[in-house]
Design a protein around this ligand. Structure first.
Ligand code: NAD
Length: 264
């Protein structure tokens, strides 16, 4: 418990269940006094998100599918009505057809490429465009990315291409909204067992590989991602924008597995 987020109001997008990265972020921010609103994708997930939101004292639960811009507009109309202003936004949304999260990137279809890009990348820009006008006292936006953006991870495929575009859009948005005091950053998380993560072929194998080979010799928890989000969304990081911050047990710095790991 602390008060780093006291007096700040923010929107959490991307809670599907209590394994979601967005959930780890939400409970970390709430423990520091943040007032939260949540979105959910579809009624089935809504039933799961409701008790979670309530457990953090939130009574603002809004339906939102980022493919449906009317639902996105409705979210910001509701927030404007309820709060008037906004201090932060968490975008923890990603999607690609499971059938293309295996095999070769080269075989990606145009339809899934477009859909993956719109949901996993461009939605962040569309949300920033709507959130920034409500951030009259400045604000902060955070999205979630993965190291498959800059290095080839087997099976991550089109999602890696979308994450590369997402990270580039973090930099462009940081430049666009910086003058009004709105900061834009990404957290690059190591593999975590979530609904979205399970869609990637051989996910368990990649999870265990990183566990064996990352400098910390373990994977990361959603609460550790929450800690980084707390830093990036609070005034602790007031001089930081346009960054991709790794929370991955140091995996991204490694060039090859440690010989000890190869011997076992
Ligand atoms: P998750 O399945 O818990 O969350 C993904 C969320 O995206 C869900 O809440 C889902 O409802 C939402 N979503 C998908 N399509 C949507 C749409 N059209 N409109 C609105 N919401 C939509 O999984 P997660 O792992 O917590 O994923 C959150 C973010 O973290 C994603 O961007 C993911 O790529 C990223 N990430 C995950 C890992 C990992 O290993 N799990 C690692 C690095 C980055």
């Amino acid at each position: 418990q602390g008060n780093l987020m006291q007096g700040k109001r923010g929107l959490i997008m991307g809670v599907a269940n209590d394994h979601s990265i967005a959930w780890g972020i939400a409970r970390t921010l709430a423990a520091q006094g943040a007032e939260l609103a949540f979105t959910y994708q579809g009624e089935a997930l809504g039933r799961r998100v409701k008790p979670l939101a309530q457990s953090l004292g939130s009574d603002t639960l809004l339906a939102c599918d980022v493919e449906d811009l009317a639902s996105v507009d409705a979210v910001f109309a509701a927030l404007k009505e309820k709060w008037g202003t906004l201090d932060f936004l968490v975008h923890a949304i990603g999607f690609s057809d499971k059938n293309e999260l295996k095999g070769r990137y080269a075989d990606t279809t145009r339809a899934n490429f477009t859909r993956t890009m719109v949901i996993s990348c461009f939605s962040f820009t569309e949300l920033a465009r709507r959130a920034a006008p409500l951030m009259t006292e400045g604000g902060a936006l955070v999205t979630l990315t993965y190291g498959g953006s800059t290095r080839v991870m087997p099976n991550y495929n089109v999602m890696g291409v979308a994450k590369a575009a997402l990270e580039a859009s973090v930099r462009y948005l940081a430049a666009d909204y910086g003058p009004q005091g709105v900061r834009v950053n990404a957290i690059s998380a190591g593999p975590i067992r979530t609904l979205a993560g399970a869609g990637i072929a051989d996910a368990r194998l990649m999870f265990n590989y990183q566990k064996r080979n990352a400098p910390l010799r373990r994977t990361v928890s959603i609460d550790e991602v929450g800690g980084a989000a707390l830093y990036l969304l609070s005034d602790m990081s007031s001089g930081v924008t346009g960054e991709v911050h790794f929370v991955d047990s140091g995996y991204n710095i490694i060039s090859m597995p440690h010989p000890d790991a190869l011997k076992t």
